[in-house]
Design a protein. Sequence first.
Length: 57
Amino acid sequence: FCPFYKTVGILSNMIAFYDMARHAVETTAQSDNKITWAMIREHMGEILYRISSMKFK
């Protein structure tokens, strides 16, 4: 069981992370040093894991 306020907080963090990642991908799309979803997943995997496991803490 996860309290509703905690679920809302976790979802807010996930959405914020997604929005920032999407912004990084879009703003670097035309540059030489592109940021891709694969790069984000590779370098930020630990952060993604920690966000998703907040439910259990």
